[in-house]
Design a protein around this ligand. Structure first.
Ligand SMILES: [Zn+2]
Length: 133
């Protein structure tokens, strides 16, 4: 799974803008339908290709002119995403993978002095403690 370093918020209406660079790379255009499903605490969005069939648990939603798709409420509920959740965007093969971007340390829950460590958020205090192990 390739981290793109891009973080986007889901808006009031549950829509998320897929970054243009990623849409270009994956050949996703206005009017395309996106197949969306949840796996492993992540939301996976793929260009829907009817011939390939659809996973039974996925939901198909169109991409609008601004490159947005509504992330279905059912899926947001499954992941207990808050309103306007910040999502970290990854690319995995031909799929766009969304993970909630939490502004807190994975170890202590602090939101001060955060940095990225192996795709997790960690605070300066915990980093200091880890370095002494
Ligand atoms: Zn911490």
């Amino acid at each position: 799974m390739k981290a793109t370093g891009i973080i986007r918020r889901i808006d009031d209406l549950g829509r998320l803008v897929f970054p243009i660079e990623i849409r270009r790379t994956l050949g996703i255009e206005e009017g395309d339908k996106m197949e969306i499903y949840v796996t492993d605490n992540k939301i996976v969005c793929k260009k829907y290709v009817p011939a390939m069939g659809q996973a039974t648990t996925s939901i198909v939603r169109p991409l609008d002119a601004l490159g947005r798709t509504v992330i279905p409420m059912e899926l947001r509920k499954m992941l207990s995403l808050p309103l306007k959740a910040a999502m970290q965007i990854f690319v995995e093969g031909d799929a766009i993978v969304l993970k909630e971007y939490e502004e807190k340390c994975v170890f202590c829950g602090s939101s001060a002095d955060l940095m990225d460590f192996k795709n997790k958020r960690i605070c300066a205090v915990c980093k200091e403690q880890l370095s002494k192990l």
